[in-house]
Design a protein around this ligand. Structure first.
Ligand SMILES: [Mg+2]
Length: 342
């Protein structure tokens, strides 16, 4: 049966949140201590209430940024994209620093969701960049961070820049979204690559095809790493010990995307791939989240294990954001819709 675009959009957001929930339980554990805690197969289930972390929180605010930019302009300029992302991520920052209902600022409907007001090990670069009062761009780099905080939140750029936008557009806007907080090319280009891939997956490409399509668009060293990730992931079941040895631990942007890509192609199903992406020595919630965004865009919501969706707290909120994305792409510009993203 054909997987519809709306199923893929919701699948990408939900599988990303599920990967994040799974990886949150293993993030600061070595592989050895994962085995000690969860047994010889590692972590295999979400222990409810599974809580998604900053990776999913910021992904949802990327939706806010993209929708808001496109409500204002059909073809936003680089500056308009940057401003929209900056304002959206400042809303996220408020959810990390303001814990009182009375102090919420005007903003998208997400800042009025009390369950968004949770601190789940947010990334240092994101916090400090947003607190600086400055906005990073491709020309004005705020810092020298190549952390994965830019790439892990970029999927909605690929999900929402549909008809009328090219792969190169998705790459550029993905890079702009990361540059708001991350100043090193290694923190920026993987976000663009990720957004471009998600856009292709949404249209029916495989992970392998989406990586091939990046050729000529992204820097050569990143292309070589992703080509290797595909080769490594396709060569059989992922061996957890060798995953980080071969591709890195995922704390930086290019490694996080490479680990996620390798796990995503390792299959044979979404469960195996997601569990590979969160049972290792590295930044498991980010690699789990990115891997989930990739596979979910390919296989759709109906292939995401139902028990994992049930065990993930706030899956209703993910469904609502997914429904909003679909409504927006279907042309909903009603006052009611617009007001929720004002
Ligand atoms: Mg996290």
């Amino acid at each position: 049966m054909e997987t519809s675009k709306s199923d893929r959009i919701l699948g990408s957001l939900m599988a990303g949140a599920v990967g994040d929930c799974l990886g949150a339980a293993t993030e600061f554990k070595s592989l050895e201590s994962i085995y000690r805690h969860f047994g010889p197969a590692g972590l295999t289930e979400i222990h409810p209430p599974g809580r998604f972390t900053d990776d999913t929180q910021m992904t949802l605010f990327t939706v806010v940024g993209v929708v808001r930019a496109l409500l204002a302009e059909n073809r936003p300029s680089s500056e308009q994209w940057t401003n929209a992302f900056h304002v959206a991520y400042l809303e996220w920052l408020r959810t990390q620093e303001v814990f009182s209902d009375t102090d919420k600022m005007r903003g998208s409907w997400l800042v009025h969701e009390s369950t968004m007001y949770r601190r789940e090990a947010p990334g240092h670069t994101c916090l400090s960049a947003l607190r600086s009062g400055e906005t990073g761009t491709l020309q004005y780099r705020l810092n020298d961070s190549m952390g994965c905080g830019g790439v892990m939140r970029a999927a909605p750029v690929g999900l929402l820049l549909g008809d009328g936008f090219s792969r190169a557009d998705r790459y550029e806007v993905g890079c702009l979204s990361a540059a708001v907080t991350h100043g090193h090319d290694g923190g920026i280009h993987p976000a663009g690559a990720f957004a471009a891939m998600v856009g292709d997956l949404l249209c029916g490409a495989t992970i392998e095809e989406a990586v091939v399509e990046l050729n000529g668009l992204i820097p050569n060293d990143l292309q070589e790493l992703l080509d290797f990730a595909v080769e490594f992931g396709s060569s059989g079941a992922i061996e957890p010990m060798s995953l980080c040895d071969e591709l890195g631990q995922g704390w930086v942007g290019d490694e996080a995307l490479a680990v996620a890509v390798a796990c995503a192609v390792s299959g044979p199903d979404i469960e195996t791939a997601l569990l590979a992406s969160i049972n290792h020595d590295g930044d498991t919630d980010s690699t789990g989240s990115i891997c989930g965004n990739l596979i979910g865009a390919m296989v759709g919501i109906n292939s995401v294990p139902k028990r994992w969706i049930d065990d993930a707290a706030q899956s209703d909120l993910i469904r609502q954001v997914g429904a909003d994305c679909v409504a927006f792409l279907d042309g909903d510009r009603s006052p009611l819709f617009s007001a929720r993203y004002a």
